[in-house]
Each structure stands twice: as structure tokens, then as C-alpha cells.
Design a protein around this ligand. Structure first.
Ligand SMILES: [Mg+2]
Length: 231
């Protein structure tokens, strides 16, 4: 009789033990599922959240698209970068890159995504340095950004004005239009926007009927505001 009771107790203990193990297993699985779900969701939120500067650049690009601007010509010294190299940069390209202004690091890729073409128009002859800076800063789009500098590698044969940055822009636009695969086949003066810190270039550009905004090197954030005010 006693042996039988012991056997029953043993069976009950085994059943309880098995139930306990099943419960522990379920709890572990539940925690594992929760843990696995949380980090990816957090990562997705972090990746998709845009910075205030990115949002402002996006708004400015919306405005450019509304105005049918399909070509941004950007000066280099004191505009895209925050110093003037005088065309005689002797330090490394890495050090030059540290002078890139955040606004252009955001604006150039966003404008390119919206099918606005970009060119660098500069009086600097150090276009090889500028090319390297672009390749590091914009690795996926640098090759479709022409550079026109005073490096004697190009001439503008057209009839347009050659003063200021006008021939630089005209030559870059010619190059872009020979590549219809880029999707921009009709660049005109009123679809072009020059961004330059030198008011003399801005005046010549406007006089020639090309759109232009003066870039204030002491107030770089003003650029996006000024683009939004274009009519
Ligand atoms: Mg300049």
C-alpha cells in the first residue's frame, strides 16, 4: 500500500516537474521574441528620422523643382567650403574636406535625387583637389558633377557671355546635356541657379538673365531661406 502511494507521489512529482519545465520554456520564448523585436524597430526609427537641416534642404529643393530649376552651379571657395584656398591649397585633400559646409553635404544629394544636376564653377585651377573632395563627400554621384575651374582643360565656344562664372556654367551645362541618360536635356538660363559668395559673379549672372543667389559666407544657413524666397 505504501509502495503504491510512493509511486503515485512520484508520478505527480514528474508531471509537475514537466509542467514547470514547459512553463519556463514558454516564458523564455516569450522574452526572446520581445527582445528580438525591439532593437530592429528602434533602428528603423533612427534610420528614417531626418535631421532639421535635411528637412530644410528638402523644402528648398521642393522650391527649386517648383521653379523648374534643373541645374545648380555652385562656387567652391568660401561657398561649398568655409575657407578661401586662393587656388593654392598645399595641405591634404582630407584637411580640405573638413571645410565642407554641412548645408551642401545635404543639399547636393537631395537635389540630385530630384533630378537637379549639379556643377562646381570656380576660378581655382586646383580642380583635381576639388574632384577628390567630391569623390569622398558624394561617392555615388561625384562622377555626374562636372567641374569648371581655371585649369585650362576646357574652352567655351558658344555665343554666351564669358564674364564671371557665365562661361563656366555654359560649358558645364553643355557637358550635362550631351548625356541624355542623366535625364536633363534642356538647361537654360532661367532653369539655372548660381550659388556664389562673390557678389560680382551674382551681378553678372543676373544681368545675363541667369538666376543667382548670393551666398553669405558669414551666414551660411541663410541660403535655404533665400532659396525659399525665390520667385
Ligand atoms: Mg567663392
Amino acid at each position: 500500500m505504501k509502495k503504491r502511494s510512493n509511486a503515485i507521489i512520484l508520478v505527480i512529482a514528474c508531471v509537475l516537474g514537466i509542467l514547470f519545465l514547459i512553463q519556463v520554456y514558454n516564458l523564455r520564448a516569450m522574452f526572446a521574441t520581445t527582445a528580438a523585436k525591439t532593437p530592429p524597430n528602434m533602428n528603423i526609427d533612427m534610420e528614417t528620422e531626418s535631421s532639421p537641416l535635411e528637412r530644410k534642404c528638402s523644402d528648398a529643393v521642393d522650391k527649386l523643382v517648383d521653379l523648374n530649376i534643373n541645374f545648380l552651379a555652385i562656387d567652391f571657395d568660401q561657398t561649398m567650403i568655409d575657407i578661401h584656398t586662393g587656388g593654392r591649397w598645399k595641405e591634404t585633400v582630407g584637411e580640405l574636406m573638413q571645410h565642407l559646409r554641412p548645408v551642401f553635404l545635404q543639399l547636393v544629394p537631395i537635389a540630385t535625387q530630384r533630378n537637379i544636376r549639379i556643377a562646381i564653377v570656380t576660378f581655382s585651377p586646383q580642380t583635381n583637389h576639388i574632384r577628390e573632395v567630391l569623390e569622398h563627400a558624394f561617392p555615388t554621384i561625384a562622377e555626374i558633377i562636372p567641374i569648371r575651374g581655371n585649369d585650362q582643360t576646357w574652352t567655351y565656344e558658344g555665343n554666351g557671355m564669358k564674364l564671371g562664372k557665365q562661361e563656366h556654367m555654359a560649358s558645364a551645362a553643355e557637358e550635362l546635356m550631351t548625356k541624355p541618360a542623366l535625364g536633363v536635356t534642356d538647361i537654360r538660363k532661367n532653369t539655372t541657379l548660381l550659388i556664389d559668395d562673390d557678389p560680382r559673379n551674382i551681378k553678372k549672372s543676373l544681368k545675363d538673365g541667369t538666376r543667382a543667389v548670393w551666398f553669405n559666407p558669414r551666414d551660411p544657413d541663410r541660403l535655404l531661406h533665400d532659396i525659399l524666397r525665390l520667385k
